[in-house]
Design a protein around this ligand. Sequence first.
Ligand code: ADP
Length: 501
Amino acid sequence: MPAIHKLLVANRGEIALRIMRTAREMGIQTVAIYSEADRNALHVRYADEAVCVGPAPSSESYLRADTIIDACKRLNVDAIHPGYGFLSENAAFARQVREAGLIFVGPSPESIEVMGSKLAAKAAVAGYDIPMVPGTPSAITDRAEAKAISAQIGYPVLIKASAGGGGKGMRVVENDAEFDEQMDRAVSEAISAFGDGSVFIEKYVTSPRHVEIQVLGDQHGNIIHLFERECSVQRRHQKVVEEAPSAILTPDIRDAMGRAAVDVARACGYYGAGTVEFIVNDQLDFYFLEMNTRLQVEHPVTEQITGVDLVKQMIYIAEGKPLTIRQEDLHIKGHAIEVRVYAEDPTNNFLPDVGTLDTYVRPQGNGVRVDDGFEQGMAIPIYYDPMIAKLVTYGDSRDEAIQKMIRAIDEYQISGVQTTLPFGRFVMEHEAFRSGQFDTGFVASYFKPDMLTTASPDPNETRVAAVLAAWLLETTTPRRSEAVSSVPIASKSKWKTNRIG
Ligand code: ADP
């Protein structure tokens, strides 16, 4: 059985660090790759060895399969973990890794290929009893026929790119009159984003919730699921707040979705960690959307409620070890929430707001996990995804996790860029989120930019407040008890600045 001694992480930022931490715990040597823009990045400093793979643009660095495989050979690496994004769902890369005699910490190239196409995925699971959204089973070639099908399943419908990802190439069509225009847009978006213009039609599920199931499969045919993550708070069809478990699933529905997810994985001979995405309507009917054949951004919430280190399991599976966790061993304990901290301006349509982290102080304490890849003073490169961190809180109950999230957001100090933190706080305090009665329309239905404070944080203000607070402590400390009572002055001034930022 091939044991992994040295692992190259073909990624950057928080996920590279997160993977290396587990590798280090397992006694595995780590190799980082980096672009010229990431020379001083934390993942580079953390790794035992690091290799520059090219200039800043990812097409010239993090996506250079040959350069990465060459580095593995030079450094006697025996396995590659691709993280998420970049080469993680690239079947050709997985194949190249295998052909170079290296271990790919992920599924087989064949599974990636099937699940990488939404249409091929639907075809693969057709033999199983998996509920699917009504729609066309193959790519649309005849517009007149597509219109007829849309009328039959009933508007609104969704035109989707088969090769789609990241919400691209997806268009809602409200009626017959706008069909052609939306179709043209979806096709051209799909061609420019994925080089493949195949699109198909799905019924647009109203009040949809995005609920996904984490699965783990080994190379011996054992597949288990690790319950669900609810990812319905989205902007631009992209997740921003996730939680586990979902506030609305009953044990019976959870069980049925878990079994369906295991079947989807079985349908493509899956091994590794994967995620089966479903859409759930207001009657709690669920439909298979797609499978992501990699570690997800939001995997920490599952780790918190199950106690399973998913990266460790991925490594064991890649080594050929059989799963030691049985389905009946798994139980949901407590509740976890993740807020993605993006360098984006929620008051300006969530547009990226890259810059330098003039102030960067992480929250700490019981039930708080921060997965990030930055330090104070670092710049957020314009070349990559503008996610700064994943802020995860964990409590005995959903309410406790929410309260911890509010506390952690208030402690998080970031200035120099706008972030999604104030938006995260808005979500945590919103009645719809608190009651669990929300869907993917949360942002459109409830969020208006003027609900957040718009002023830019002034780092000088923080410094002045801190100096003033320190001065107050110094000059008004005749007795211990009074010193303690002056602490909130310092804290409050920081919190105020943080809320703006
Ligand atoms: P992508 O691969 O681009 O992320 P998905 O198929 O995973 O595309 O869908 C992304 C999001 O789009 C879902 O989380 C959901 O919010 C919305 N969506 C997808 N399919 C439907 C549908 N049939 N009805 C309503 N919303 C949908």
